[in-house]
Design a protein around this ligand. Structure first.
Ligand SMILES: *[C@@H]1O[C@H](CO)[C@@H](O)[C@H](O)[C@H]1NC(C)=O
Ligand SMILES: *[C@@H]1O[C@H](CO)[C@@H](O)[C@H](O)[C@H]1NC(C)=O
Length: 179
């Protein structure tokens, strides 16, 4: 009970903190942009540049704030939202991760928030894991058969010499079954 109250108070405070940083970031828009651009430049990535490893930002109005507030998660999620693109994602990550770029966004207060959210008040209990499993897996076969082979094998296939997924899965089963 006490833990629950503490949980709601802490989450409320974190939400306030996030809303405040969001507002601050919004107000100091230009310096934030310059800062993000400079950080990426240090990893030899030019935002809006012409190299295949450069990134093209489609939503400059929000992109920089998202990086500044949510770091790697913001980078990944904004990519999924189609806010930026890069011809050579592999090289882009090699440069930025190899350069320790992501550590720059790992502020001590973010670590404290993460610690509170994911260690002290972790919502993933064994009881709740059932809820997650139900939401993710108790779905119709129509969904699974749309991306699995006819045998509905869920694990990865064995692709050497296989021409499609069905064959890759058959080869895998043969490989596993071989004495
Ligand atoms: C950062 O992430 C949180 C939660 O995932 C989200 O609510 C917030 O809007 C994000 N911030 C930005 C600037 O996108
Ligand atoms: C893979 O398919 C075979 C044949 O349909 C089935 O017996 C087996 O249980 C499946 N394995 C997995 C991991 O889904």
């Amino acid at each position: 009970m006490l833990m629950e109250i503490l949980y709601h108070i802490t989450m409320g405070l974190i939400a306030c903190w996030k809303a405040c940083t969001w507002a601050v970031l919004y107000v100091i828009d230009k310096p934030i942009r310059r800062y993000v651009i400079r950080c990426y430049k240090e990893s030899d990535v030019t935002i809006g540049g012409t190299k295949p490893t450069d990134i093209q930002v489609h939503r400059p109005d929000w992109f920089y704030h998202r990086i500044a507030q949510n770091a790697t998660l913001g980078l990944g999620e904004s990519y999924m939202d189609g806010w930026w693109d890069c011809d050579r994602l592999d090289e882009f990550f090699c440069r930025t991760i190899g350069d320790g770029q992501f550590k720059k966004w790992d502020y001590p207060w973010c670590r404290l928030i993460q610690y509170l959210q994911f260690h002290v008040f972790n919502l993933q209990t064994s009881k709740r894991s059932w809820e997650v499993a139900e939401k993710h897996y108790d779905l119709s076969n129509a969904l699974f058969s749309s991306f699995l082979d006819p045998s509905m094998n869920y694990s990865c296939g064995f692709w050497r010499d296989a021409k499609d997924l069905t064959e890759a899965q058959q080869h895998k089963m043969e490989l596993i079954g071989r004495p």
